[in-house]
Design a protein around this ligand. Structure first.
Ligand SMILES: NC(=O)c1ccc[n+]([C@@H]2O[C@H](COP(=O)([O-])OP(=O)(O)OC[C@H]3O[C@@H](n4cnc5c(N)ncnc54)[C@H](OP(=O)(O)O)[C@@H]3O)[C@@H](O)[C@H]2O)c1
Length: 248
């Protein structure tokens, strides 16, 4: 058991990578708090994760929701050992189709929401704590139609270095996990037609040296490594799990 008696906060823990991580962390002995917004997915997550999970509805674009959610975690568990800051979403659009609202909306969730989650959780984390942020292969390569999502992920990569430096004196590690294309509902929310989606999926799959999409459990295992003492001498780093897409 790699996370015996640990308390883990997982944003986006109701779907895809975050849900898989929540299951894995519980199997490794942790109690988890998961955050999402969609009522059906929240209910399904509560059922799947059972008594070891606190399932919280909070829109991370709203700072007051973050305050409330962290307050609930504090009231229930009293402390946080692990933050998996993983929630993210995007709308695909070409340069000429992007509006100021699309930029602020994606940054509000992917960057500001992640930042404020870590900021508000930080007083509850003590020495030995671990923060893991989900970045993306898109912070290392350019892809048409995904400029804003990619920029949010590059901002997170930078933040991980800064926070690792700031929190090292407190004995708290901060790292990123960088997924390649992963089979989750994420892509269906990009606002693409079914045709556009299957074309984009085929194109990206062809570029991945391992010639397939990754599975959410493959990212969850990397998050577990970074969250646990197995990575006790690792901070400020980015663990790339992308089938070789950005590395070969
Ligand atoms: N799938 C990929 O190919 C891929 C590749 C690289 C990086 N990533 C990153 O991996 C992370 C997880 O994505 P995923 O693939 O697991 O996608 P997913 O299945 O769509 O999960 C996204 C999670 O984020 C939550 N979320 C979305 N908007 C939210 C909001 N405003 N407030 C709070 N929670 C919110 C969702 O909850 P609700 O649905 O309940 O709102 C859901 O739990 C994201 O940061 C994504 O950018 C994914």
């Amino acid at each position: 058991m790699k996370l015996q008696n640990k308390i883990a906060l997982i944003t986006g823990g109701t779907s895809g990578i975050g849900l898989e991580a929540a299951k894995l962390f519980i199997a490794e002995g942790a109690k988890v708090a998961v955050i999402g917004t969609n009522p059906e997915r929240l209910q399904a997550a509560a059922q799947t994760l059972g008594d070891d999970a606190l399932v919280l509805s909070a829109d991370l674009r709203n700072p007051a929701d973050i305050d409330r959610a962290i307050g609930d975690v504090a009231a229930t568990f009293g402390r946080i050992d692990i933050v998996f800051a993983n929630a993210g979403a995007a709308k695909a659009a070409p340069l000429e189709g992007i509006t100021p609202e699309m930029i602020s909306d994606q940054f509000a969730l992917n960057f500001t929401g992640l930042f404020l989650t870590i900021q508000k959780a930080s007083p509850l984390i003590s020495k030995g704590g671990s923060i893991v942020a989900t970045t993306s292969f898109l912070n290392a390569v350019g892809a048409p139609g995904l400029s804003i999502l990619s920029a949010t992920k590059a901002a997170i990569r930078s933040l991980v270095r800064s926070l690792a430096a700031e929190l090292a004196p407190r004995g708290i590690r901060v790292n990123a996990v960088s997924p390649g294309p992963i089979a989750t509902p994420f892509h269906t929310k990009l606002g693409l037609t079914d045709n556009q989606l299957s074309e984009a999926a085929a194109a990206i799959e062809a570029q991945v040296p391992l010639k397939r999409f990754g599975q959410p459990i493959e990212i969850a295992r990397a998050a577990l490594f970074l969250a646990s003492d197995d990575s006790s001498f690792t901070t400020g780093s980015e663990f790339v799990v992308d089938g070789g897409l950005t590395q070969i």
